[in-house]
Design a binder for this molecule. Structure first.
Ligand SMILES: N[C@@H](CCC(=O)N[C@@H](CS)C(=O)NCC(=O)O)C(=O)O
Length: 309
């Protein structure tokens, strides 16, 4: 197995920005495949088998879905600097809150008319309609707040984050970054992109300097790759990352399953269960262009359905 990292993403995606910052923090080199912002995404789904969220990490013919898993894979490959400092055991829990509650407050707040006009400046109206229709279906299961409520809720969250930073620490859990910093930062990065609304952050001076500090980490060393070349990388890969189905977790290895996120963007991926631990699900599937691929999901946030043989 090689360790060439291929990130399938697009510039405006907050979860992609989280991953790009983690790649930067770990000083990693990676290949960048720009994917469409809306369905269809034929080259991406050739690799994933149906999962359409952004971003996706590819290492040869192993395809990693969801940033909760992607950051752990990057941690395995490049343990230092760690995203999970031993003295910050609750950092992953704060990250999970940011990736769900904070994200789904920051996004509707930022996409109210003034913010959307800045974020989508120059995008033709027809394309905006397509985007709106795509996201209406995609986010049907997401807990969307109304912008007016979201603005008030954000101020409550910002006050708590400001208090956490009040002792002069450089990062949320001390003097080095943890996964919590990246998960909170990508949500606030999106608010800053909605420039006319970004003033909501200004009263929080420590939080604003912290955000500048995290965003300054950058994205590491990136080179471009074509989506067709990424499929060739999978098709010509020799073998996969080791995967085993651990007993006692409710499913037998080798059975046909489908796996889907249960919050939103719930498109199922069908295949054979070849890996299962408390942290990860691995499904093997064959694609006519990408060949035999292993699609990986985090255990948290995903459900497995055993299919009839
Ligand atoms: N839990 C997922 C959330 C990913 C997510 O919601 N990504 C957004 C973009 S920031 C998305 O997929 N939007 C629809 C799309 O790109 O097609 C993760 O951590 O990766």
């Amino acid at each position: 197995m090689s360790d060439t990292l291929i990130l399938h993403h697009y510039a405006g995606s907050p979860f992609a920005e989280k991953t790009r910052m983690v790649l930067g923090y770990k000083g990693l080199a990676w290949q960048s495949v720009t994917i469409p912002t809306v369905m269809p995404k034929p080259d991406l789904t050739a690799l994933t088998g149906g999962y359409r969220k952004t971003p996706v990490l590819q290492i040869d013919a192993d395809i990693y879905c969801d940033t909760a898993l992607i950051v752990r894979v990057l941690e395995r490959l490049q343990p230092e600097p760690t995203l999970f400092p031993a003295d910050a055991p609750l950092a992953p829990m704060l990250a999970q809150w940011a990736d769900s509650t904070l994200f789904w407050t920051a996004v509707p707040f930022s996409l109210q008319p003034a913010g959307a006009a800045a974020i989508f400046a120059g995008v033709p109206e027809e394309q905006m309609k397509v985007f709106g229709a795509d996201r209406a279906t995609f986010s049907a299961g997401a807990p969307r707040v109304r912008p007016v409520d979201g603005g008030v809720q954000l101020c409550g969250y910002f006050a708590q984050l400001e208090a956490q930073l009040s002792d002069g620490r450089t990062h949320l859990f001390g003097d080095r970054a943890s996964i919590a910093d990246f998960s909170v930062a990508h949500c606030l990065w999106f608010i800053r992109r909605a420039a006319p609304l970004a003033g909501i952050l200004e009263p929080y001076a420590k939080l604003s300097s912290w955000l500048d500090r995290v965003l300054a980490i950058g994205h590491g060393h990136k080179t471009k790759l074509d989506s067709a070349q990424a499929i060739d990388v999978a098709a010509s890969a020799k073998g996969h990352a080791e995967a085993t189905v651990k007993p006692g977790l409710g499913y037998q290895g080798g059975v046909p399953v489908s796996v889907n996120a249960f919050d939103y963007g719930t498109d199922p991926v069908a295949g054979t269960l070849v890996g299962l631990t408390e942290d990860e699900i691995v499904v093997e599937r064959v694609d006519e262009r990408a060949g035999l691929v292993h699609v990986h999901f985090p255990r948290i946030g995903f459900q497995i359905k055993q299919e009839k043989t």
